[in-house]
Write a protein that binds this ligand. Structure first.
Ligand code: IFM
Length: 491
């Protein structure tokens, strides 16, 4: 561009340049219902000052609820805010984009979306900025057709969401640690349910959410088999721990799938009673058979959850305890993360974890375990967890807090909260770790405040680390705002 201006000697001249980005992808979204020319006109009229003021207002509104106040540690305060800012900035807000594992900061994972969104980031957005949570879930609803195609490609009924994707199609190259992580289906449903429970917004169910829950339930029912002496088994899957692959009856997967099946049956009844016209429409649209809900309930009731009576422990999967424990003593520090130094076939032969798997089940499916079982299983699995995944430390922190190891919870938390600012894993050049960022918020809320919210009923069981004086958070809950302040002697 060439500009000719009337400048005057000694007087500054300001050139304001306003840029707006568009892509053909945006054409489907409501944001671009405003034609680019009209949008440009609005932007020019606002000018830099006006746009900055709009942005400041938007951020003020966000921080009013999002800010977490920790008395007693300034660097921690800084990192929590840094993490939340990245989450806000990186999350797709149009229902057609999602949240990259690396946010908007690097080329690691090529911008792809994983379960990181649903299990790690969605709780944060559901409680802080529910409209963003809704958009992220809408991305899954909008890509349900691709998930149906994928299921049918694998000769299954229903829908199978991709382990990693950017446009709704599966993009993982290595199926044992990719597509075999079928738990992604149940993770999405888990997050959808939490969003509905926390926000009270059931409209998303009528706008595609219910269909997603039904199609994923169909998938589970088709994937599993009823086996003698066991019950409903889901074989040949990979759970969250990517250092074990292609196993039978991964406890995490089976428990999450069970919840998916039950939620589908429950919602079907709800829609039949509350929205009969919608019920008739959906039955017709997806050719739902009358007996399907009963089948789902039966499979859920018969879901096989392996348990080792002798050890009084849950094995991560059917074969986990028949493997030797990895030789940690003879593994030099320089050989971590293991995935960079050992072939997967070596790693898969041992009891070794990249990230919590059964321990994640202790958190997300907590009501199915006694307190004693939680502690015993945590003790067993924590010893053999490398933490090679950035998704690890926050879950270890949350469960450590629950079983009474507050200081251990604190040290895992410090690792997760400063993951990117301190480049804890030495790979921040590839981009930030959004799951760990959201995990640091979860560690505060689910770990130290001890929030449990199954079914939308909130309970707190707090544990304040010795280093802090107080924690203060706000949570949006069913249209209101709940302010929680934990001090040494009170909450
Ligand atoms: O989704 C995670 C996975 O659990 C561990 N490997 C990295 C992925 C992206 O963060």
């Amino acid at each position: 561009h060439r500009y000719t201006i009337q400048a005057r000697r000694g007087l500054p001249f300001t050139l304001e340049k306003i840029i707006s980005y568009h892509s053909s992808h945006d054409a489907r979204t409501s944001a671009l219902n405003v034609p680019p020319r009209q949008l440009r006109k609005k932007l020019y009229a606002l000018g830099f000052e006006g746009l900055a003021a709009e942005q400041a207002e938007y951020l003020q509104d966000f921080w009013r609820i999002a800010d977490v106040k920790i008395e007693g540690d300034a660097s921690l305060q800084q990192s929590l805010r840094f993490n939340m800012f990245h989450l806000l900035q990186a999350a797709g807000k149009d229902g057609y984009t999602n949240l990259g594992a690396k946010g908007l900061t690097g080329e690691g994972y090529e911008g792809h979306y994983f379960w990181d969104t649903e299990i790690y980031a969605l709780p944060f957005f559901s409680y802080i900025q529910p409209e963003i949570a809704r958009s992220l879930l809408s991305f899954r609803i909008h890509t349900l057709d691709q998930a149906r195609e994928r299921a049918s490609e694998l000769r299954h009924k229903g829908a199978l969401f991709p382990w990693r994707t950017i446009n709704g199609h599966e993009a993982s190259a290595y199926f044992p640690a990719g597509t075999a992580q079928y738990h992604i289906n149940a993770d999405i449903v888990y997050a959808l349910r939490k969003y509905v429970d926390v926000s009270g917004d059931t409209s998303i169910l009528l706008e595609g959410g219910l269909e997603l829950v039904l199609e994923t339930a169909r998938f589970w029912y088709d994937l599993g088999d009823f086996l003698p002496q066991k019950g409903f088994c889901i074989n040949m899957v990979t759970g969250p721990n990517e250092y074990t692959a292609l196993v039978n009856n991964n406890v995490y997967t089976n428990m999450m799938a069970r919840e998916n099946l039950l939620y589908a049956a429950e919602l079907l009844l709800w829609v039949q009673q509350e929205h009969p016209r919608h019920y008739r429409r959906i039955v017709q649209a997806i050719h739902l058979h009358q007996k399907e809900a009963g089948n789902w309930r039966y499979a859920a009731a018969e879901m096989y959850i392996p348990y080792d009576e002798e050890k009084e422990l849950f094995p991560q999967d059917d074969s986990f305890f028949s493997k030797a424990v990895w030789d940690f003593k003879r593994t030099p520090h320089s050989n971590y993360p293991l995935l960079l130094y050992y072939h997967p076939l070596t790693i898969y032969r041992y009891q070794i974890l990249k990230q919590p798997d059964l321990v994640l089940a202790l958190f997300l499916q907590g009501k199915h375990f006694t307190q004693d079982q939680k502690r015993r299983n945590y003790d067993y699995y924590d010893r053999i967890t490398t933490g090679d995944s950035s998704l690890s430390a926050c879950v270890q922190s949350i469960v450590a807090a629950e079983v009474g190891y507050t200081e251990k919870a604190y040290s895992y938390f410090m690792k997760t909260v400063r993951m990117d600012l301190d480049d804890v894993n030495g790979n921040v050049k590839d981009g930030v770790h959004t799951a760990a960022m959201a995990g640091s918020w979860m560690s505060i809320v689910y770990g130290f405040l001890g929030l449990r919210d199954a079914g939308g009923k909130l309970c707190f069981s707090p544990h304040l680390p010795a280093a802090w004086k107080s924690i203060g958070v706000s949570l949006r809950y069913r249209g209101g705002v709940l302010a929680v302040r934990l001090q040494r002697e009170s909450i």
